[in-house]
Design a protein around this ligand. Structure first.
Ligand code: PCA
Length: 325
């Protein structure tokens, strides 16, 4: 099966090369992402793909496969690593099971605004690149989601109010956080959020105003408490092997488009925060400034988790934190 697929794609490749004789170098890269088309991250990578196309005069085309349609979220990193696809986007902190430093941006209340998130990324970048390099991967760019807030079906004034609630999680850190506040976490991917609420699998979640508004949170929750707990990031990685196969000018164009995408993505993210919070308010979600008691309680959980994270992240984690501070 594998072999015949290879032969097939070699044949298809030959036909395509003959077909575009004017540009014998034309390459198309399939790029999986877990997130739907209307997500600002997906819009940003669409622009990235258009920029690469334009800058290379069509020599490198990137075809985006959104919403987990080509590979499911948990498979994307290994699909790039294994050479099934040359490039992909995923949620960086999902790799925290490999090394805790990947999860720095999901530590509750470590970096809660864009300036701190930028400092954290600056401190994190090198060690992330080093760890990915060992797997034959190279990061191209990374963009944060807006600050993470709390979505519930009732007013939440203290940590105790979260006890026993079925809670949607998107990584191990959020799962731990939910467990620490006495909630019951379940992993649910973004495209499945409305369904998970509709069927009662989950009753609450922590995510950005982007994902809340895009999921039409007003259909299934009443309150959005703006706790600004952390700004987790997506990362786009490329296989080094695929990268090396590109001509130097194409490589340079790709890196330039990636740098532009990172800058543009951070700006888009900042804009999203207010825009998407307003959309939720306009649709009847009650936007709540968190009670002091709730914040104190959540921050205490964050402190405890940071202690555990430091132990797990070892020397790399220590270096990261001291760079950050
Ligand atoms: N949206 C994604 C990741 C963080 C965010 O804001 C999600 O909810 O899975």
């Amino acid at each position: 099966m594998k072999m015949s697929q290879k032969v097939m794609s070699a044949l298809v490749g030959t036909v395509l090369t003959i077909g575009v004789a004017s540009n014998a170098q034309a390459t198309t890269w399939d790029m999986p992402t877990p997130y739907p088309d209307k997500t600002f991250h997906t819009q940003n990578i669409s622009q990235f793909a258009a920029d690469v196309d334009a800058a290379t005069k069509g020599a490198l085309k990137i075809k985006i496969h959104s919403a987990g349609s080509l590979f499911k979220h948990p498979e994307i990193k290994n699909a790039v690593r294994g050479g099934q696809v040359p490039i992909g986007e995923f949620f960086l902190s999902r790799l925290s099971n490999e090394h805790a430093v990947f999860g720095a941006d999901s530590q509750p209340f470590l970096a809660t605004n864009y300036d701190d998130a930028a400092k954290l990324w600056a401190a994190q970048k090198e060690v992330v690149a080093k760890l990915l390099d060992k797997q034959g991967l190279m990061p191209l760019f990374s963009v944060p989601w807006p600050p993470q807030g709390l979505y519930t079906k009732k007013e939440i004034n203290t940590v105790d109010d979260l006890k026993g609630i079925k809670f949607r999680a998107y990584n191990a850190t959020l799962e731990t956080f939910a467990n620490n506040v006495g909630a019951a976490p379940t992993q649910v991917e973004v495209p499945d959020i409305p369904q998970a609420f509709a069927t009662g699998r989950v009753e609450a979640m922590i995510t950005s105003p982007s994902t809340g508004a895009n999921s039409k949170a007003w259909d299934f929750v009443t309150h959005y408490t703006d706790i600004q707990a952390w700004l987790p990031k997506n990362i786009v990685v490329v296989s080094k092997k695929a990268f090396r196969k590109l001509d130097k000018p194409v490589q340079d164009a790709l890196l330039k488009a990636a740098a532009d995408a990172e800058a543009r993505g951070w700006d888009m993210s900042k804009k999203e925060t207010a825009e998407k919070t307003k959309i939720m308010a306009d649709n009847g979600v009650i936007i709540v400034t968190p009670a002091a008691e709730l914040m104190t309680g959540l921050q205490a959980v964050g402190e405890k988790m940071l202690g555990d994270w430091k132990k797990a992240a070892g020397a790399e984690g220590e270096a990261l934190l001291s760079n950050y501070k």
